[in-house]
Design a protein around this ligand. Structure first.
Ligand code: BES
Ligand code: ZN
Length: 626
């Protein structure tokens, strides 16, 4: 009996020590906390005042193309600031209330890229601030589609894109990635439409047109998201599913079939998926990017619906952000590689697990090619943009949106993996995601953490990696890893045959996937002759490809070669697709020579209205030279 008691006492002592240490670790303020970090892209003081929770109550006017309502912030003014500042961009502020009393506010004049700071007088005891507002015509986050611009062409559609600093154009908020809050929302939309957010979502539309949302895990403003349209849902398994316009939903469901297994695979790699459900919505074609990792609900371009599930690595990427980015978040946009480099690495690990190594090796190699291109281009314009740690002070944070954070970042992690061994590296990453869950991290804090968690007592190994050169140095370091070229080597030899005049019909292309075709086309000499283009097209029908990645690349080659037969299809492609990654190089190619520039301008003037405001901004520069 006594012995049992002693054991029991000893056991509870152990438990006490254990949990005691555990909770201590959690409570201790880490040095990377947002308080000490300067984010040059927010005018708010969310680093000093705690913005705990947002209650959003908005009405979406699809005809007037305007969102209006109020944002009610629950705050903790622990540092007794007198002035609370929120980010806004092109918002009309109607009134501001502090703890239920109307107050006089001040709206600064706008600063380029950043918008206007909204100043609200507060006291140490202030508990809430409510802002009544409406969005303006230049809301950069919002794309309003007329029925004609949707897939089904029956109802209007609205979606948001808040990353990097556009949340402020539809919600007055502390808009920095280092500032997290929970939210509830009430969104009123026309009765025939349904609303979805980065929160717990409905699976059916209701008759009232009023939708309520809860996001009870703290997220930064760039992950605030809303989509409104005539939307249907299909389940994949008990925690995954897909939304799309009704006419698109069956295709989407087919393409996304593997997504349930994808979440399982991701969990096997780096630990539990912490966001409850994982759903995705396939948006109308004007969506300006490939995918956006809005928590619980990835937003995706319809250009990944290839009919053969061959472009699903993009969903693996957005899913991976549920760990790298949404759970552990870059503290500022200068640390963007911590979001995207980690996610690219994680994406390829998921694909390796699901599709095999020779498949993920192709993704790595295409990524490496993108890295080389990006470094070549940026070395001419702004060499420092090839560092992993960026310097975006005074600039548009989207200037940092190049292949560098993605590809140099993921290759750096790959090098770490090879150097310390996969098991050790996986253990490290898993621990990293747990340690920094729901926190933000700077490049510097990551390097410190890595020092102890990965390289403790192993200075020799560490020095071989040359971390400084990777993070604070230009170009591609010499020790950049390169994968096996097994499948692409075969592609290379078929391409060589073609270039030596073997008829396309005699090439061995059986079992090629999208990625082999991409490599086949990418590595063609700069300009093929019209005859060569025609021969390829006759056999492989590239001009009519249903695969957006292949089609885009083919059209670029067609413009280069003056292969006019592809132009009508190209125009059709440009009339609908709004994905910047496709539009920019294609218009860019057209603008390179006077013959095709005229066509480029004409097509652009016709279809500009179909593109997202952000795509318009970058394309105006390319096509109108604005
Ligand atoms: N988070 C990014 C998209 C983003 C980054 C939007 C910065 C605005 C500013 C997303 O996860 C992403 O990387 N999308 C890629 C696809 C991916 C497979 C590389 C895209 O849209 O092309
Ligand atoms: Zn990403």
């Amino acid at each position: 009996m006594l012995r049992n008691l002693v054991i029991l006492f000893f056991l509870s002592f152990l438990l006490f020590v254990n949990t005691g240490c555990g909770s201590k670790k959690v409570e201790k303020k880490p040095t990377h906390d947002s308080v000490s970090i300067k984010d040059v892209h927010t005018l708010s003081n969310g680093d000093s005042i705690v913005f705990e929770h947002l209650d959003l109550d908005i009405k979406v006017d699809m005809v007037g193309k305007k969102i209006s309502g109020n944002a009610h912030w629950t705050i903790n003014n622990k540092n007794t600031n007198k002035d609370l500042r929120l980010d806004t961009y092109d918002l009309t502020i109607d009134s501001v209330w502090v703890d239920g009393k109307k107050v006089a506010f001040r709206l600064d004049s706008p600063i380029k890229f950043l918008g206007s700071a909204l100043h609200v007088p507060v006291t140490a005891n202030t508990q809430s601030v409510t802002v009544w507002y409406a969005t303006g015509p230049n809301a950069r986050a919002l794309q309003w589609l007329d029925p004609q611009q949707t897939h089904d062409k029956k109802y209007p559609f609205l979606f948001t894109q808040s990353e990097s600093i556009y949340a402020r154009s539809w919600i007055p908020c502390p808009d920095g990635p280092g500032i997290r809050f929970t939210y509830n929302a009430k969104v009123s939309v026309p009765k025939e439409l349904m609303a979805l957010m980065s929160a717990v979502n409905p699976q059916e539309s209701n008759d009232s047109g009023v939708y309520r949302f809860v996001m009870d895990q703290p997220i930064p403003a760039y992950l605030m998201a809303l989509a409104v349209g005539d939307i249907a849902f299909r389940s994949i398994d008990d925690r995954t599913g897909v939304y799309a316009e009704k006419g698109m939903i069956d295709k989407a469901r087919y393409e996304f079939d593997g997504v349930g297994r994808m979440v399982d695979n991701a969990e096997q790699l780096y630990g539990q998926y912490r966001w409850g459900r994982y759903d995705a919505i396939v948006l109308p074609p004007g969506f300006p990017i490939g995918g956006m990792e809005n928590p619980k609900l990835t937003f995706a371009t319809p250009t990944i619906i290839a009919g053969d599930r061959s472009l699903m690595s993009l969903i693996a990427h957005e899913l991976a952000h549920s760990w790298s980015g949404n759970l552990v978040t870059n503290a500022t946009w200068n640390d963007f590689w911590l979001n995207e480099g980690f996610t690219d690495y994680f994406e390829r690990r998921i694909m390796e697990q699901m599709m095999g190594k020779s498949y993920s090796d192709m993704l790595w190699e295409l990524g490496y090619q993108d890295l080389v291109t990006a470094v070549d281009e940026l070395t001419l314009t702004n060499k420092k943009d090839t560092w992993l740690k960026l310097d975006l002070k005074g600039r548009d944070p989207d200037d940092g949106l190049t292949d560098i954070p993605y590809e140099k970042g993921s290759h750096f992690l790959k090098l770490l993996e090879i150097s310390v061994g996969r098991d050790r590296f996986d253990h490290f990453l898993k621990q990293y995601f747990n340690q920094f869950a729901f926190k933000t991290i700077t490049t510097e804090a990551f390097l410190v953490y890595m020092d102890t968690a990965l390289f403790k007592d192993n200075e020799v190994l560490k020095s071989k990696i040359n971390i400084k050169q990777w993070v604070y140095g230009a170009g591609i370091p010499e020790n950049c890893p390169r994968v096996d070229q097994e499948r692409f080597a075969k592609v290379d030899s078929e391409r060589d045959k073609f270039l030596a005049d073997v008829e396309p019909a005699h090439l061995n292309t059986t079992e090629w996937t999208t990625h082999e075709w991409l490599h086949f086309l990418r590595k063609m000499p700069p300009a093929l002759s019209v005859l060569q283009m025609k021969k390829l097209d006759d056999v492989y029908n590239f001009s009519n490809s249903e695969n957006s990645e292949i089609a885009d690349l083919w059209f670029i080659m067609a413009v280069r070669a003056g292969y006019t037969k592809a132009y009508p299809k190209m125009e059709e492609f440009l009339s609908m697709v709004g994905r910047r990654k496709f539009l920019e190089p294609l218009y860019g190619q057209m603008m390179k020579s006077p013959q095709t520039a005229e066509m480029g301008i004409k097509i652009y003037n016709n279809f500009r209205k179909n593109y997202h405001p952000l795509a318009q901004e970058s394309l105006d520069k390319i096509v109108w030279k604005k």
